[in-house]
Design a protein around this ligand. Structure first.
Ligand SMILES: *[C@@H]1O[C@H](CO)[C@@H](O)[C@H](O)[C@H]1NC(C)=O
Ligand SMILES: *[C@@H]1O[C@H](CO)[C@@H](O)[C@H](O)[C@H]1NC(C)=O
Ligand SMILES: *[C@@H]1O[C@H](CO)[C@@H](O)[C@H](O)[C@H]1NC(C)=O
Ligand SMILES: *[C@@H]1O[C@H](CO)[C@@H](O)[C@H](O)[C@H]1NC(C)=O
Ligand SMILES: *[C@@H]1O[C@H](CO)[C@@H](O)[C@H](O)[C@H]1NC(C)=O
Ligand SMILES: *[C@@H]1O[C@H](CO)[C@@H](O)[C@H](O)[C@H]1NC(C)=O
Ligand SMILES: *[C@@H]1O[C@H](CO)[C@@H](O)[C@H](O)[C@H]1NC(C)=O
Ligand SMILES: *[C@@H]1O[C@H](CO)[C@@H](O)[C@H](O)[C@H]1NC(C)=O
Ligand SMILES: *[C@@H]1O[C@H](CO)[C@@H](O)[C@H](O)[C@H]1NC(C)=O
Ligand SMILES: *[C@@H]1O[C@H](CO)[C@@H](O)[C@H](O)[C@H]1NC(C)=O
Ligand SMILES: *[C@@H]1O[C@H](CO)[C@@H](O)[C@H](O)[C@H]1NC(C)=O
Ligand SMILES: *[C@@H]1O[C@H](CO)[C@@H](O)[C@H](O)[C@H]1NC(C)=O
Length: 466
C-alpha cells in the first residue's frame, strides 16, 4: 500500500522517458568523472574556472561601488572545426577497421558510435538541438545561459538605469550564437541591441578579431622553436595502442589528434572513452605543447601578438577613462580564443617577460597556461570600482582575480586608476597596429570605433561558419 505512489511515479517516468533519444546507460556512469582532465585539453574541452586562486573574492570589496564592467568572452563549447574534424575522422577510420580492438580501445567493440558521423555540425556551438546525448551537461548553449545569470547576479546594479544596451559579437556563427544565448538568458527586462562586427580583413582595426586584418602576421615565425619540443609522449601512445592491436598503425599525428577527439567528444555528448587512453604524464606533456604553440603563435612570444592585442586593450582603456560620461556601464564583447590570447598578451597578465622553454616542462615556474586563460566559454572581466573617492581597476579571469602584481595594493588587490593608466601606457608603448600590420593597404578602418559609433552604424555583418 505504501509502495503504491512510487509505482505510479515509476510508471510516469517510463512514459516520459521515450521523448528523449535513448543512447546507453553508461553515460550516467561516466558523465562528471572526467572534469579533472579539462585543464589539460588545450582549451578545447568544456569550461572550467581558473584552477589556481589565492582566495581573493571576485565580488568587489564591500566598501566599494562598481562603476563599469567589461567582458571579453570566448564562444562556448563547440564541435571541431572543419580542419580538426577531418583529422579526428581520419584517425578514427584507422581504428574502425579493427575487427576486435583490445586494451584501452576495447570500448570500440562495445556499441561505440563515432561522434562526428558527418561534417554537419563542424564549427558549430553544441546545443540542445545538436547534442548527441540528452543528459550532456556541457553544452555551449547552456554554458552561455548560466554565464548570463552569474553575470546578472554580480553586475545587475550597473543596468539599473540602462536596461537597453548594446552587446558586441564577431560574425562567426558560434560566437554570435553564444552572445545570443547569453542575451536571451538575461530575460525580458533587458533590451539588447546585438552589434555584429565583421571578422573580414576589410574591417581593419575596427573589429574584435584584429589578427585577421594583419596580413603580415606570421603565426609560424617561431615554428623552429616549438618543433624542438619532445614528441616522445606521442610515440609512447601510438606504440602502446599499436602493440595492443595487431594491424593498427597509428602515427604520432594520430596520437595528437586523439586529444582533440577526446575534448570535442565531451562537448558533443558529455563524456568520451578515448580520454581514458592517456596516462596523466601524457596529458601534462600535451598541455604544455599547447601552451608553447599558443605563446609563440599568438601570445607574448610572437613579435606581433601584443601589437594585435593592443587594438582591443587600447579600446578597453578608453572605455575605462570615459566611464563617467558614458551612459552604458556594461560592455560585453564575444570573440575567439586567439583574439583573447592576443588581448591578454597586450594586458600582460600572463607575461613575466621570460620566453617559455622547450627543452623541459617548467612545472614550478609556469605562468602561461593557455587552457586556463581561454577554455571554451572563457570570460575575462575588467572591473572599475570606486572606494572612498578613489577609483581602481582589476581583472577577473574565469572567476579568479588575477592581479597586476606590481600594481595591486588597492582594495581587493586592485590597481589605483592613475597607476593603472601608467601601467597600460607602458604596455601599449611601442605597439603600432596600423603601421606594423600595414592596415592601410587593405582597409580604411584605422581605429576601433564600434563601441562609440554603433548607434549610427548598427553593425550587422552576415554570420559565417568560421
Ligand atoms: C579500412 O579498410 C578498408 C577496407 O579494407 C580500406 O579500404 C581502408 O583503406 C582502411 N582504412 C584505413 C584508414 O586504414
Ligand atoms: C540598483 O538597484 C538596486 C535594487 O533596487 C539597489 O539596491 C542598488 O543600490 C542600485 N544600484 C545602483 C548602482 O544604483
Ligand atoms: C530597445 O532598444 C532599441 C535601441 O537599440 C530602442 O530603439 C528601443 O526603443 C528599445 N526598446 C525598449 C522596449 O526599450
Ligand atoms: C571580405 O569581404 C570582401 C568584400 O566584401 C569579400 O570579397 C571577401 O570574400 C571577404 N573575405 C572573407 C574571408 O570573407
Ligand atoms: C614565417 O616565418 C617562418 C620562419 O621564419 C618562415 O619560414 C616563413 O616563410 C614565414 N612565413 C611568411 C608568410 O612570411
Ligand atoms: C633546436 O634544438 C637544437 C638541438 O638542441 C638546437 O641546436 C637548435 O638551436 C634548436 N632550435 C631552436 C630554434 O631553438
Ligand atoms: C585482441 O586480443 C584477442 C585475444 O588475445 C586476439 O584474438 C585479437 O586478435 C586481438 N585484436 C587485435 C586487433 O589485435
Ligand atoms: C605503418 O605506417 C608507416 C608510415 O606510414 C609505414 O612505413 C609502415 O609500413 C606501416 N606499417 C604497417 C604494418 O602497415
Ligand atoms: C569625496 O570627495 C568629495 C568631493 O571632492 C568630498 O566632499 C567628500 O568628503 C569625499 N569623501 C571621502 C570619503 O573622502
Ligand atoms: C615608451 O618607450 C620609450 C622608449 O623605450 C621611452 O623612452 C618612453 O619613456 C616610454 N613611454 C612610456 C609612456 O612608457
Ligand atoms: C571607408 O570607405 C568606405 C567606402 O569606400 C566609406 O563608406 C567609409 O566611410 C570609409 N570609412 C572610413 C573610416 O573612412
Ligand atoms: C567548413 O565547411 C562548411 C561546409 O562545407 C563551409 O560552409 C564552411 O565555410 C567551412 N568553414 C571553414 C572555416 O572552412
Amino acid at each position: 500500500m505504501v509502495a503504491l505512489p512510487f509505482v505510479l511515479l515509476a510508471a510516469a517516468l517510463v512514459e516520459a522517458a521515450p521523448t528523449l533519444p535513448w543512447k546507453k546507460d553508461s553515460d550516467i556512469d561516466i558523465i562528471g568523472t572526467q572534469e579533472h582532465l579539462f585543464p589539460y585539453l588545450a582549451g578545447s574541452a568544456p569550461h572550467f574556472s581558473y584552477p589556481l586562486s589565492y582566495g581573493i573574492p571576485k565580488e568587489v570589496p564591500e566598501q566599494c561601488t562598481i562603476k563599469q564592467v567589461q567582458l571579453f568572452a570566448r564562444h562556448g563549447e563547440r564541435y571541431p572545426t572543419n580542419g580538426t574534424g577531418a583529422k579526428i575522422a581520419a584517425t578514427y577510420a584507422k581504428m574502425a577497421n579493427l575487427t576486435a580492438a583490445n586494451g584501452s580501445l576495447a570500448f570500440l567493440n562495445n556499441g561505440y558510435e563515432f561522434f562526428i558521423p558527418n561534417s554537419d555540425n563542424f564549427e558549430e556551438l553544441t546545443t540542445w538541438e545538436n547534442t548527441l546525448d540528452p543528459i550532456n551537461p556541457y553544452l555551449g548553449e547552456q554554458d552561455a545561459r548560466l554565464h548570463a545569470r552569474e553575470f546578472l547576479n554580480q553586475y545587475s546594479d550597473l543596468l539599473n538605469d540602462t536596461t537597453s544596451f548594446a552587446m558586441f559579437t564577431s560574425n562567426s556563427k558560434r560566437v554570435h550564437d553564444t552572445a545570443k544565448f547569453f542575451a536571451d538568458a538575461l530575460g525580458d527586462k533587458y533590451n539588447v541591441s546585438m552589434q555584429i562586427i565583421d571578422e573580414n580583413i576589410s574591417s581593419g582595426a575596427n573589429t574584435l578579431t584584429p589578427i585577421n586584418s594583419c596580413t603580415v602576421y606570421n603565426e609560424s615565425e617561431n615554428a623552429a622553436v616549438y618543433a624542438n619540443y619532445s614528441t616522445a609522449y606521442l610515440k609512447d601512445i601510438a606504440t602502446r595502442l599499436n602493440n595492443e592491436n595487431k594491424g593498427l598503425n597509428l602515427t604520432t599525428s594520430d596520437a595528437l589528434n586523439m586529444f582533440s577527439w577526446c575534448a570535442y567528444e565531451v562537448n558533443a555528448k558529455g563524456y568520451s572513452e578515448i580520454c581514458e587512453v592517456f596516462k596523466p604524464e601524457e596529458l601534462v606533456y600535451f598541455s604544455y605543447y599547447d601552451d608553447l604553440t599558443s605563446y609563440y603563435m599568438d601570445g607574448p612570444g610572437n613579435s606581433l601578438g601584443k601589437t594585435v592585442g593592443a587594438v582591443n586593450f587600447n579600446a578597453s582603456v578608453e572605455l575605462l577613462k570615459q566611464s563617467d560620461s558614458l551612459d552604458q556601464k556594461v560592455w560585453l564583447s564575444f570573440t575567439h580564443d586567439t583574439n583573447i590570447v592576443n588581448y591578454l598578451a597586450a594586458v600582460g597578465l600572463f607575461d613575466d617577460g621570460n620566453k617559455l622553454p622547450v627543452s623541459y616542462v617548467p612545472i614550478k615556474n609556469h605562468l602561461y597556461h593557455k587552457s586556463w586563460m581561454v577554455p571554451q566559454g572563457a570570460r575575462v572581466y575588467t572591473q572599475l570600482y570606486e572606494c572612498s573617492n578613489q577609483t581602481y581597476v582589476r581583472y577577473v579571469v574565469n572567476d579568479v582575480v588575477i592581479p597586476i602584481e606590481k600594481c595591486s595594493s588597492g582594495p581587493g588587490f586592485s590597481c589605483e586608476f592613475e597607476d593603472f593608466i601608467t601601467y597600460a601606457n607602458s604596455r601599449l608603448n611601442g605597439t603600432n597596429y596600423v603601421s606594423s600590420c600595414e592596415i592601410e593597404k587593405t582597409s580604411n578602418q584605422t581605429e576601433l570605433t564600434f563601441y562609440w559609433d554603433y548607434k549610427t552604424k548598427n553593425y550587422n555583418a552576415s554570420l559565417l561558419l568560421q
